[in-house]
Design a protein around this ligand. Structure first.
Ligand code: SF4
Length: 331
């Protein structure tokens, strides 16, 4: 059993050590939602400039619901996993229709919206609305697996359930739920870190069972993910005069509806120059790509100058290496 006094120590530490994150300080549900979705695959410090840019373009639910897809993708460029951006817009449209332009106030209702899972719903409901609910992300899983010395596999439902029960049982009153959930996330991000945690300066060290009886660096236990599938691809960047061709990827699947380059060599061309090779890693697939610059003597509406592309079109990170190479060539 862990002594619940750890909460008091944790909250005290949080007051003195928390990072001043504007989107959390204001307790604005809209800002908390956007920041949580952006932070899913990106470190908070790295995502801050994206967040500011996004807020300028879409400061509220209505502007997001009306935001054109191209503009939204451009705002998301560099963050990857564009389905998150598409879900933000879908969710905003639903909130405009069903919740008078607001996010609903309970975890249960929030979880029904597109792109909002249990963690994000818990974070919004507890931080913005003080609902007494959990928000269990990777940081919280790690802290609790160590605090309670839990060796179950956290990729399996039994392990997840065990952590969730411990977190639920630890929730304080609604009056400090917002700070408590943020304090757990912050402890995981700053002190109880992946690999070797900084136990010497941990505010809850006296309560931590892994610190006392095990090796915290070996927790949490997580079985290996399935090996990624490898796909070999050849990319052809068609060029004419000072323009290159970019095309919307119409087929379903990865990078659907985003811009990319040709994957078939045209029948007629005047020159073919090898560019670099690049491997892009998605969660379940790796694209091993070789690229070529292909000079053609025609152009159509898919051809744009480099400056036009930079200004108006979102090139996914998977193709960015090739795009930058072309840019450096000053066609
Ligand atoms: S004592 Fe170490 S392992 Fe335990 S919660 Fe603190 S940082 Fe994590």
């Amino acid at each position: 059993m862990v002594d619940m006094n750890f909460q008091r120590e944790l909250l005290k530490w949080y007051q003195d050590n928390k990072r001043e994150l504007a989107f959390r300080k204001e307790k604005d549900a809209y800002k908390i939602w956007i920041s949580e979705i952006m932070a899913q695959q990106t470190r908070i410090e790295a995502m801050l400039p994206y967040f500011e840019r996004f807020m300028e373009a879409c400061p509220n639910m209505e502007s997001l619901a009306k935001c054109e897809e191209e503009k939204l993708n451009k705002l998301w460029q560099g963050l990857g996993y564009y389905s998150r951006a598409r879900n933000l817009k879908k969710c905003a449209m639903q909130c405009m229709q069903e919740y008078a332009g607001q996010l609903p106030r309970t975890k249960k209702e929030l979880e029904k919206l597109p792109g909002i899972g249990p963690y994000t719903a818990g974070a919004i409901a507890s931080i913005a609305y003080n609902e007494r609910v959990s928000a269990i992300d990777g940081n919280v899983n790690r802290v609790f697996s160590r605090l309670y010395n839990i060796h179950d596999d956290l990729r399996k439902s039994a392990g997840k359930k065990k952590i969730a029960e411990k977190v639920e049982a630890s929730l304080p009153d609604a009056s400090c739920i917002s700070d408590y959930n943020q304090a757990l996330m912050e402890l995981g991000a700053l002190v109880c870190t992946v690999g070797k945690p900084k136990c010497a300066c941990c505010p809850i060290q006296a309560y931590c069972q892994a610190y006392q009886y095990a090796d915290p660096s070996k927790l949490p236990v997580q079985s290996k993910l399935k090996q990624r599938r490898i796909e070999e691809k050849t990319i052809y960047i068609l060029a004419h005069a000072h323009k290159i061709s970019i095309k919307k990827r119409v087929q379903e699947g990865l990078l659907h509806n985003l811009y990319g380059f040709d994957e078939q060599l045209p029948e007629a061309y005047s020159l073919k120059i090898p560019l670099s090779s690049y491997t892009h890693v998605f969660s379940h697939v790796e694209w091993h790509m070789d690229a070529w610059l292909v000079r053609v003597d025609w152009e159509d509406e898919t051809f744009h100058t480099i400056d036009e592309i930079k200004q108006f079109y979102a090139i996914p990170s998977a193709f960015m290496t090739f795009f930058k190479q072309i840019e450096a060539m000053h066609l």
